[in-house]
Design a binder for this molecule. Structure first.
Ligand SMILES: *[C@@H]1O[C@H](CO)[C@@H](O)[C@H](O)[C@H]1NC(C)=O
Ligand SMILES: *[C@@H]1O[C@H](CO)[C@@H](O)[C@H](O)[C@H]1NC(C)=O
Length: 524
C-alpha cells in the first residue's frame, strides 16, 4: 500500500487554478487559497469574477457572500463531511476560512472543482484537479511529453448575482454569451513536433454541452473520469456539462498553428471558442476554415457515447485490472427510476425529480443527521419511480443501505439534454436509449465493458441507466450538473447508511466543522 495522499486546502474569504497531485516522498499537499472577487473582460466586457489567489489579474475585493467549493468527481471516501455542498457543509462566511482535508484515493485522472453555492460558478472559481498515478501503478499508455489542462465552458456576461436574482424571480437562465477556454478567448498551447501531449478537457460551463476538436489532428481517448478506456481514435468528442475526458494528441502534422475548437451542442445558435495549438517550430499562424463539428445531431452523440468502453486489462488506480470487478454479473437489489421535469411551482420556473423540487435547508442535512435534529429534511418525499401528482417543494433525501447495488434509470421526457452527477461515487453507465425505458430496455445494456464515471448525459426524450455499488457511507448530493436546474431544484441527497456506526465505514465529524442553522456547537 502506498502512503495516503492528504490534500489540505485552507480556503480564505472565495478561482481559475490547477491542482496537480502526485505521490512522491511527501504524501501531504497543503494549499492556502484566498478567494476574492476581481474584474476581467473575457468577452470584451468588464465583469466581476471569482479569483483564487488572484489568479486573474485585478483588484482584490472582500467576498461578500457565504461560499463553498465542491470537488467534482473526487470520491471523498467515508467523508461526505468534506464534500463542500450545502447539504453537507455550512457555507464559509465572508472573511472567514475553512480547511478542507481529504484524500483522493483509488483515482487517477482529470477532475475539477467549482463553487457549489448560489450561482458563484457563473463567476468562475473553478479549476482542474489532476490526479497522477502512484509510482508503482502503471497507466496503459506511454508517459506523455507534456500535459495541457483545458477548462472549456459556456460563459455569461451577466453578473452571477443578477443571474441568481433572475432565477429566484422565476425566469430561466438566458442563452450564454460565449464559450471560453481556460477563462480566455484564444489561449495558445505550444508543443514540439513529433511529441505526444496529454490534453485534459473538462466542461466547467453552466448549461451547455460542447464538442471539442483540434484542426488536422486525431485524438486518442485514454481516460474518462478515472476510467482507463479502450484507446479509440476520435476527430471530435462531446463533453457534457461537468464531464472530463483525457486524450493523447501527437504533433505529427506540418509545422504550423492549428485551431483548437469547443462549440456548443444542441443549440440553435452555435457558439464557438477557439484556441491555438502551436508547433514550436511553426512560423505560420492558424489558417483555413475553423473545422466544423456536430451541432444538433443527437444520434451522433449517442453512438459516440456507446464507444466509450473500459479497457478490461488496464489498471485502475489499484493494481487489479478494471475488468476484475464483474459488475454485469451482479443482480441489482432494486431499481430506482428518476424523471426530471420543469414545472411551474407558485408561478415560478422550477426543476424537479419525480415531482420533488429541492430546496436547501438552513442546516446542512449531514449535521442534522449527525445530531438527530428533526424537521430539517424529509426521507419520504421523493418516490422511487415517477409519479403523476403535482410537483412540490421539498428537502428530499432518498434513503439507501450501505452496500446496496442499485440500478438507477434516469428518464428524460423533456426536449433538452440532461447532465447528472452523483457525489461520492463513480458508477457504470450501462445503457442509453430513446423514448421510455422499459424492462426490455435492459437487453441493450452493456454488462461487459462500459466505463465508470461520475457525470453522465441523458439525451432529449431518452433514458440513461447506471449501476452503482453503494460502498461509500454518507450524505451524497445527486444533482443536475446543469447549474440553473440544480439551483432551481433538480437535485436531492442520497443517504447511504448503516445502522452500525463504525469509523471503518465513515469518518467522524471533523474537528474544524463549521456550524449554522439549527446545528450549533453545543450539540452532541
Ligand atoms: C483562519 O481563521 C482562524 C480563526 O479566525 C485564524 O486563527 C487563522 O489564522 C485563519 N487562518 C488563515 C490561514 O487565514
Ligand atoms: C489495454 O491496456 C493494456 C495495458 O494494460 C494495453 O497494452 C492495451 O493496448 C490496451 N488495449 C486497448 C484496446 O486500448
Amino acid at each position: 500500500m502506498g502512503k495516503p495522499e492528504l490534500l489540505r486546502l485552507i480556503l480564505g474569504a472565495l478561482a481559475v487554478s490547477c491542482v496537480s497531485l502526485v505521490v512522491a516522498d511527501d504524501p501531504y499537499r497543503f494549499y492556502t487559497w484566498t478567494v476574492t472577487y476581481g474584474t476581467i473582460s473575457p468577452l470584451g466586457v468588464p465583469q466581476q469574477v471569482i479569483l483564487i489567489n488572484g489568479q486573474f489579474p485585478g483588484p482584490r475585493l472582500d467576498l461578500d457572500q457565504p461560499f463553498l467549493l465542491t470537488w467534482n468527481g473526487i470520491k471523498q471516501r467515508k467523508n461526505s463531511w468534506q464534500d463542500g455542498v450545502l447539504g453537507t457543509n455550512c457555507p464559509i462566511p465572508p472573511n472567514a476560512n475553512y480547511t478542507y482535508i481529504f484524500q483522493p484515493k483509488d483515482q487517477i485522472g482529470s477532475y475539477t472543482y467549482f463553487p457549489s453555492t448560489g450561482m458563484h460558478r457563473a463567476a468562475g472559481g473553478f479549476g482542474a484537479i489532476n490526479v497522477y498515478q502512484r509510482p508503482r501503478i502503471p497507466v496503459p499508455y506511454p508517459f506523455p511529453d507534456g500535459d495541457f489542462t483545458l477548462l472549456i465552458g459556456d460563459w455569461f456576461k451577466t453578473n452571477h448575482k443578477t443571474l441568481q436574482l433572475a432565477l429566484d424571480s422565476g425566469k430561466s437562465l438566458p442563452f450564454p454569451d460565449g464559450v471560453l477556454i481556460n477563462g480566455q478567448s484564444k489561449p495558445t498551447f505550444s508543443g514540439d513536433p513529433g511529441k505526444t501531449y496529454r490534453f485534459r478537457v473538462s466542461n466547467v460551463g453552466l448549461s451547455t454541452s460542447l464538442n471539442f476538436r483540434i484542426q488536422g489532428h486525431n485524438m486518442k481517448l485514454v481516460e474518462v473520469e478515472g476510467s482507463h478506456t479502450v484507446q479509440n481514435i476520435y476527430d471530435s468528442l462531446d463533453v457534457h456539462v461537468g464531464q472530463s475526458v483525457t486524450v493523447l494528441v501527437t504533433l505529427n502534422q506540418l509545422p504550423k498553428d492549428y485551431y483548437i475548437v469547443a462549440s456548443t451542442r444542441f443549440t440553435k445558435t452555435v457558439l464557438t471558442a477557439i484556441g491555438v495549438l502551436h508547433y514550436s517550430n511553426s512560423k505560420t499562424p492558424v489558417s483555413g476554415p475553423v473545422p466544423g463539428g456536430p451541432t444538433v445531431e443527437v444520434d451522433w452523440s449517442i453512438k459516440q457515447a456507446r464507444t466509450y468502453r473500459w479497457n478490461l486489462t488496464a489498471n485502475a488506480a489499484r493494481p487489479n485490472p478494471q475488468g476484475s470487478f464483474h459488475y454485469g454479473k451482479i443482480t441489482p437489489s432494486r431499481t430506482i427510476r428518476l424523471a426530471n421535469s420543469a414545472p411551474l411551482i407558485n408561478g415560478k420556473q422550477r426543476y424537479a425529480v419525480n415531482g420533488a423540487s429541492y430546496i436547501n435547508a438552513d442546516t446542512p442535512l449531514k449535521l442534522a443527521d449527525h445530531f438527530n435534529i428533526p424537521g430539517v429534511f424529509s426521507m419520504s418525499s421523493l418516490q422511487t419511480s415517477p409519479s403523476a401528482g403535482s410537483p412540490f417543494l421539498a428537502t428530499s433525501v432518498l434513503p439507501a443501505n450501505l452496500h446496496e447495488f442499485l440500478e438507477i434509470v434516469f428518464q428524460n421526457n423533456e426536449n433538452t439534454i440532461q447532465s447528472w452527477h452523483l457525489d461520492g461515487y463513480d458508477f457504470w453507465v450501462v445503457g442509453y436509449g430513446n423514448g421510455q425505458w422499459t424492462q426490455a430496455s435492459r437487453q441493450s445494456y452493456n454488462l461487459v465493458d462500459t466505463l465508470t464515471r461520475h457525470t453522465f448525459q441523458v439525451y432529449p426524450n431518452s433514458w440513461t441507466s447506471i449501476y452503482v455499488s453503494l460502498d461509500n457511507q454518507g450524505m451524497w448530493n445527486v444533482r443536475s450538473a446543469i447549474w440553473d436546474r440544480q439551483y432551481l431544484g433538480q437535485q436531492f441527497y442520497l443517504r447511504v447508511w448503516n445502522p452500525i456506526q463504525s469509523l471503518a465505514n465513515e469518518y467522524n465529524i471533523p474537528s474544524n466543522a463549521l456550524f449554522c442553522g439549527k446545528a450549533t456547537k453545543g450539540h452532541n
